[in-house]
Design a protein around this ligand. Structure first.
Ligand code: HEM
Length: 410
């Protein structure tokens, strides 16, 4: 990133290095006081030419909702440059998942998936999620790592079941998904050693789903994958390439994010004077408060598709806007006493699932899993307590724990 020579934001000089330091490893356990100081000074900051960081709640909401911001239009790659197994359309264009597309392609693809992935379908998963949760919790004794025993396996089981992925394949699946999640950080935070495994994981997913889609074509099941295969075969609404990248998106989007909701949530509850009690009384409030207070997705980005104004700052077409979801959620303009974790408060406004046309399609599923896990933990392990220091993962976009040592109390 090329630093802007001397940029003044509302009279204060901005040092772009200060921005990058927000994400330093030593600040990972609690970046929030640093976010607060940054947001108070620079709700919109120009870090470099055509590169903005947005941490104010109103301004972040604007970026996510305003059609002046979107994703860069798909570039046409030289077929020689594309990765092996990366789906392309007839004109050689790399097929991207709808998370990173603009209307009208985004609208068409999201609608198709939303048709198969309905709130009713999610509700129907309730007994299975309860069953998986209960069996994972009942399997623990003494001291254990909450991430390994519960937060990691539950979401992958659920999403695999929803998609109709055979049980035996789920372990490989979790590995690829983890490799891809580690590479989600923006270029200025990217660690080079994460790139190669992510490329391989993407290839593995596409190859895997291609085979599984063929199998479901021959023997359809009662799952989301079969429903999407049927749509893809029905005509030109969903191409084979689009099907494969959509399946990969659903898998990644629904996996580590939910793991982090569970991990960040249990940590916050164990540090709270009431412990797990609020989770027994109002698990839905706990879920919303965790999402607001320690968002599993901390960053996203958009590009200005035309000249526009953000808050009071002129933003030229082609500029990148990095949205600091975790900082915006604690803006006092979004709700009172934002720094404290209060699991009894009435749910307020937050951007943990995004806003506007890209609002998280899996939010009902994530909320359902969160409610069930927090409630079942409070019921089945009321004596649960911390048993050592938690360790954070090295990623920033996805904020979560690598390990959370706890004692079960039995
Ligand atoms: C989009 C967060 C769970 C599927 C998003 C976005 C956020 C988000 C912030 C918007 C990104 C942007 O606008 O740039 C979360 C969190 C979750 C979670 C915090 C868990 C706590 C899930 C689950 C699924 C899912 C369980 C599916 C199984 C999606 C999809 C999109 C999306 C498909 C793209 C929507 C679009 O572009 O129209 N999620 N998500 N997410 N999420 Fe989630």
């Amino acid at each position: 990133v090329r630093a802007h020579p001397a940029f003044f934001c509302e009279g204060e000089q901005l040092d772009p290095q200060e921005f990058f330091a927000l994400f330093a490893a030593e600040r990972r356990p609690d970046p929030y006081p640093h976010y607060r100081r940054w947001r108070e000074r620079f709700p919109v900051a120009e870090l470099a030419e055509r590169m903005f960081a947005v941490s104010g709640f109103a301004e972040a909401t604007q970026v996510l909702r305003d059609p002046a911001f979107g994703h860069p239009e798909p570039e046409y790659l030289d077929p020689a440059d594309r990765l092996p197994d990366q789906p392309v359309d007839e004109s050689g264009r790399v097929v991207r998942a709808f998370l990173s597309l603009n209307p009208p392609d985004h609208t068409r693809l999201r609608r198709l998936v939303a048709k198969a992935f309905t709130p009713r379908m999610v509700e129907q998963l309730t007994p299975r999620i309860e069953e998986i949760t209960a069996s994972l919790i009942d399997g623990v004794r003494g001291e254990f790592d909450l991430m390994t025993s519960l937060a990691k396996p539950l979401p992958v089981e659920v999403i695999a079941e929803l998609l109709g992925v055979p049980l035996d394949d789920r372990e490989r699946f979790a590995e690829w998904s983890h490799a891809l999640a580690r590479a989600l950080d923006p270029p200025f935070l990217q660690r080079p050693e994460t790139v190669e495994p992510a490329v391989r994981a993407r290839q593995s997913f596409v190859g895997y789903f291609r085979e599984l889609a063929d199998r479901r074509r021959r023997e359809p099941g009662d799952d989301l994958l079969s429903a999407l295969v049927a749509v893809s075969d029905a005509g030109d609404v969903l191409s084979e390439g689009e099907l494969l990248v959509t399946l990969t998106l659903l898998l990644i989007a629904g996996h580590e994010t939910t793991t982090n909701l569970i991990g960040n949530g249990v940590l916050a509850l164990l540090r709270h004077p009431d412990g797990l009690r609020p989770a027994a009384e109002a698990p839905d409030r706990v879920v919303e408060e965790v999402l607001r207070h320690d968002s599993p997705v901390q960053l996203t980005a958009r590009t200005a598709l035309r000249d526009t104004v953000l808050g009071e700052v002129a933003v030229p077409a082609g500029s990148q806007a990095i949205v600091l979801i975790g900082a915006a959620n604690r803006d006092p303009s979004a709700g009172p006493d934002p720094e404290s974790f209060d699991p009894s408060r009435a749910p307020g406004r937050h951007l943990a699932f995004g806003q506007g046309i890209h609002f998280c399609l899996g939010a009902p599923l994530a909320r359902l899993e969160g409610r069930i896990v927090f409630r079942e933990l409070a019921r089945r392990l009321p004596e649960l307590r911390a048993a050592g220091d938690p360790k954070w993962t090295a990623t920033t976009t996805l904020r979560g724990l690598a390990t959370l040592p706890v004692a079960s109390g039995r």
